[in-house]
Design a protein around this ligand. Structure first.
Ligand code: F1X
Length: 398
């Protein structure tokens, strides 16, 4: 049995994980401190975190932290005191966002407790005038035959992960038309298996593990409404993060803002969708749930028993986004031709990943496609130009 490749780490200069800590996080901190008028102590704490995460060792959460013991159990006991680059990239990056909340006072009693550092960014995106145009496109979709409308809504949810939401009939061109790879940038399309899995299930429960708020969450909600209104889901569970995470990850507050954005939209279809979603939330057809594990620095292979049991009852669990993909397949440099089924066989239900590639891990690709993409010399793995709809149903093709 071949051993798994070692998990990605961020200690190799100029590697992608290294650039996330040494390039993206400094830019994020600059943006955050520009946008949110934190006081001197908070600003110093955020800046200290940046220095620690790029040059220092992993300092433990204070014993006052409500999840102090949890992070010890998640690996802090073995990792605290070691250089950030020596921890698995997934662990270190997740911890970076947890410590960012610590630095801003999110978990501490006081005026800033519970204040989402990324709320201004999320709200600005959602309030943007482009969103009205994008939601208005729903009116055009309503006249399409069911299959084409379903495909368009699935594509919107997929490409919404690139935060480039558009309810276009086709996903936006990848811009890197690569001979040997699909021109749309969609490298794997198991859409038909996704639909057939739902059609074959009796009174299916669909679970959607959300990724980002705003312009990704809107098409996710529209897709859930489509499944519920069309009878492809008898009930839906939308899993959100228990607290802010990775900048724009969605919390309950973000779901309410997105449903309100739909409800108040000028276009009739968006407003109707908003009304149906509000009703689905009140009747329980749509349930919001969360769990601490959704902010854990661990792969979904390590799902805690209660969450594993909860998800095992789903006819299909849809995971959105790049981070959820990394956690689903394991944040390791797998050969890109590794079978998706082999990488996700641990998951407790039939599973679908809707993901734009924004980090290096990928599985389930055909060798000629990988060769063609590599031959371009472009950052196809991390640039958000390519995407996957990958589905695994233990019973195989339905
Ligand atoms: O899960 P999302 O929102 O699709 O993407 C999150 C993410 O791509 O952003 C980081 C790079 O900035 C990655 O390490 C991480 O996976």
């Amino acid at each position: 049995m071949p051993t798994d490749p070692p998990a990605f780490r961020s200690d190799l200069p100029h590697s992608f994980p290294w650039s996330v800590f040494h390039r993206r996080h400094p830019a994020l901190v600059t943006q955050l401190l520009d946008v949110v008028p934190y006081g001197p102590a908070q600003r110093a704490a955020v800046r200290d975190l940046l220095v620690e995460s790029t040059t220092g060792v992993l300092e433990p959460l204070g014993e006052h932290a409500p999840d102090h013991a949890q992070w010890l159990a998640w690996g802090g006991r073995e990792l605290y005191g070691r250089p950030w680059g020596e921890a698995p990239f997934l662990w270190a990056e997740s911890y970076f966002y947890r410590r960012l909340l610590e630095a801003t006072g999110y978990f501490r009693p006081g005026a800033w407790q519970g204040v989402d550092p990324f709320a201004p960014l999320k709200n600005a995106e959602l309030a943007g005038p482009e969103v009205d145009g994008e939601l208005a496109a729903l009116d055009g979709l309503s006249e399409l035959p069911d299959e084409r409308r379903a495909a368009a809504l699935l594509a919107a949810a997929l490409w919404g992960n690139r935060a480039d939401l558009s309810f276009r009939l086709q996903p936006p061109a990848a811009g890197t038309g690569t001979a040997g790879a699909p021109p749309s940038g969609l490298l794997v399309d198991h859409g038909p298996l996704l639909w057939s899995t739902l059609a074959a299930a009796s009174s299916p429960r669909v679970c959607l593990i959300a990724d980002n708020a705003g312009r990704e969450l809107l098409p996710d909600l529209v897709l859930l409404d489509h499944l519920l209104a069309g009878g492809l889901a008898a009930e839906a569970v939308l899993y959100v993060k228990p607290h802010p995470y990775y900048v724009s990850d969605a919390t309950t507050t973000d779901v309410l803002a997105a449903v309100e954005r739909l409800y108040a939209a000028p276009g009739p279809q968006a407003a109707l969708t908003g009304r149906r979603l509000r009703r689905a939330l009140t009747t329980g057809a749509l349930t919001l749930r969360t769990h601490p594990f959704f902010c854990a620095p661990l792969p979904f292979h390590d799902l805690p028993a209660d969450l594993r049991t909860e998800l095992s009852g789903a006819a299909l669990t849809i995971l959105k986004g790049d981070l959820n993909y990394r956690r689903l397949v394991g944040d390791r440099p797998w050969p890109a031709t590794t079978a998706f089924a082999a990488a996700v066989g641990h998951f407790p239900s039939p599973v679908a990943a809707l993901r734009t590639l924004k980090s290096e891990v990928v599985v389930g690709l055909e060798a000629p496609v990988v060769a063609a993409l590599d031959a371009t010399g472009t950052p196809w793995r991390t640039g958000g130009t390519h995407a996957l709809i990958q589905v695994h149903h233990p019973a195989g093709t339905r």
